[in-house]
Design a protein around this ligand. Sequence first.
Ligand SMILES: Nc1ncnc2c1ncn2[C@@H]1O[C@H](COP(=O)(O)OP(=O)(O)O)[C@@H](O)[C@H]1O
Ligand SMILES: [Mg+2]
Length: 851
Amino acid sequence: MTDKKRNITPLMKQYLEIKRKHKDAILLFRMGDFYETFFEDANITSKVLNIVLTKRSTEKNKDTAPPLAGFPVKAKDIYISKLVKAGYKVAICEQLENPKLAKGIVKRGVTEIITSGTILDDTLLKEKEYNYLMSIYKDNDTFYIAYIDISIAILNVMKTDKDSLPGEIDRISPVEIIYPDNINFENNIAKPYTSIVFDREFAEKELCEYFKVANLDGFGLKESGYISACGGLLSYLQEIKMETLPRIESINLIDTSDFAILDKKTMDTLDVLPGAETEKPSLLKIIDYTVTTMGSRKLREWLTFPLIDKNRIYERQEAVGELTNDNRILNELTSKLKNISDIERLNSKITNARIHPLQLIAFNNSLKIIKSIVDEIVFETPLLKRLKERLKFDYSIVEIIEKRMNGTDVSEYGGYIKTGFNEELDRLREIAFNGKNWIANYQSEERIRAGIPNLKIKYNNVFGYFIEVSKSHTGKVPEDYIRKQTLVNSERYYTEKLKKFETEVLSAEERAEKLEEELYAELLKELNKYSKSIVQVSKAISEIDCICSLAKYALSTHTAKPKLSDNSCIYVKNGRHPIVEKYTESFVPNDIHIDSDERIMLLTGPNMAGKSTYLREIGLIAILTQIGSFVPADEIEIGIFDRILTRIGASDDLSKGISTFLAEMVETAFILHTATSRSLVLLDEIGRGTSTYDGMSIAWATIEYIHNNANRNPLTVFATHYHELTRLENYLPHLRNYCLSVKEWQDKVIFLRKVVRGKSDRSYGIYVAKLAGIPENVIKRSNEILEMLEEEGKITFRKLESKKETAYQMELFDKRSHIISMIKSIDINSMTPVESLNFLNKLIKEIEDLN
Ligand SMILES: Nc1ncnc2c1ncn2[C@@H]1O[C@H](COP(=O)(O)OP(=O)(O)O)[C@@H](O)[C@H]1O
Ligand SMILES: [Mg+2]
């Protein structure tokens, strides 16, 4: 009654009821061949998708009709991906019954919700990247991170601390993050989610139920934070994906201490990953020779998670070495891997019954190839041997699929289930197939009987089968023809015989199709039991592909296998920048020598000399080493780093001003606080973002700090054009000056790109000015000013030296006062003779240390 009063159509009523439950999503309301949106959803949709905003023409009162925007179901993938990419949550509301059979309004319901982190469609997923949804749970100072690409059946979980959290998020680079709504968490892609589901008890119950286990001991999730993060994530997924959620097979506990830390800044600076501009050269591009999509995803992960364990790195090196030595195996493997489909994602599609029959056939062919690797290829080194072991599982799955599925050449019936597998299916197909012959026969029979040569038997969706006779022949039609429809040029009829045939054939066809679907669903269900093994197999295949890729990289250019050292050091003979060398005609190789004795390399040289390139080369060589790769060099011995930290000074763009400089200092401070004696620190033009004196002072003090901090002395490369900083070498024993050599020749400046011990030529800048045509007087005056400044600099430097002295004196004074307070604090009367003797000895030792 009230609805009628408000003039709401039953359809709108249904819409509003569903929309009420999905207020935070764009509701795509299925109407025939279209998805429609209404009200505010329609405004957003029309804007984001650039489609027209209209009103329903059937609505009685057009003024009060809601705005509407829709698109054809056929174009679903493109439009949904646009909405999701624009950051919207999309709820898909389908027709739940056949509209032809529905009484009244068609039943509708939401069957799936899509957010950026819960995408399943191939067209929306990037082939070569994981699409991670992440949940974050905080317990005191520890952060627990669970993350999953739901197109792949593994849930990953790790823990970290506040300082490392941003770095971990960066390298996993999720597209969506959820966190309990009772904590504060700042991140532009993070959304709060009800905290109840993160509660230990609730989460544990959810997980146990999902994995059908009595407790979670088998997963090794000892700390309740892990359980909360995983449980919260699972609850969210179940709410969002409902029936469409693929089976999650296992939980993978990641120990972050197994990997060197690479934050986003470092990855960006060193161009480790392609980033948004895919055309930009990157380390990944240089080393990516993978031939499977699983492999390329894995290689990306390897690059962002460099290893720390020497043995694991060594094992990868060995494996790469085996393949570089044996071209035959490498070629054979490649030709096999090349034909393997993305079984990692196809496997998930089997578990939620979304796999297309043709994809299932590709899946099966891939398994056959993998089996041939198991049967035919023999590996020598431990890692490859182990990976091959992991490819072994119950290959009866291949026969199960083969027995039921037609190959890529679809059967004569157009179906995908093989003839001979199911009797009933064969019988129905026979009827349906023979029906076509029957029609042909019937048509020629009737042509003769009626004496109408152009009589035709046709079919359409509305009338089914009918006999069509052109107007000029209608006089001749037999008595038993029953008229069905009159057209301009022809009449349409049916006969009892035709009608009877139609019901039989059509129902046979329909029943065959339905039965085929049922058989297919049954098959997929049966295949579910292999899912867990397939997860392992695909992981192993992707790793084998990565090793092949590294082998091909090693062969693609002149490389050396790094000798791994237990000490913090980098000794390289003729090293090259792995990326720049590919884009530079004659790249000049350089040596690298840094270790705990000479742990700070101060690199000077004029602009464009090659400082940044050399500095980055050092970082990239370290990363390549730690993923198990060979590196572009003649020879290399290198230690293993716990993290690589970089800071590249703000660009010359001073318009950005103080904020850039502030950011630079914040990051430098972070590096100074987090670097350990096992770290590699790369600082490029620190202090450039401010005035010369400011900048130089900060650079100076930063270097002193790193040098003198006894607890944290990372290997450091410091590139700067402040040539004055080279004076530091005089009193910092672990600092060494290096510079990029430059030569003047025939009025030209030649960058030799050679890194040599010592400092660069200070007069160089003025020399360039002269070459550029600056008047002679200006050059003369510049030289005078430079001389004055340098004189002043010398005085300043002496002062700095003496300041260092006072600092030292202070230290001495501190020690003296410490001894005095030691003496003051004792109570002779309460001491035994032995104790007094001991005290005296201690005192003597302290005083000895003073000298
Ligand atoms: N070893 C090298 N061999 C050949 N070209 C190099 C080498 N190092 C650097 N370059 C080229 O020199 C240019 C300047 O290098 P860059 O490292 O940016 O200099 P800087 O940091 O000293 O200003 C770049 O275009 C780079 O490609
Ligand atoms: Mg530079």
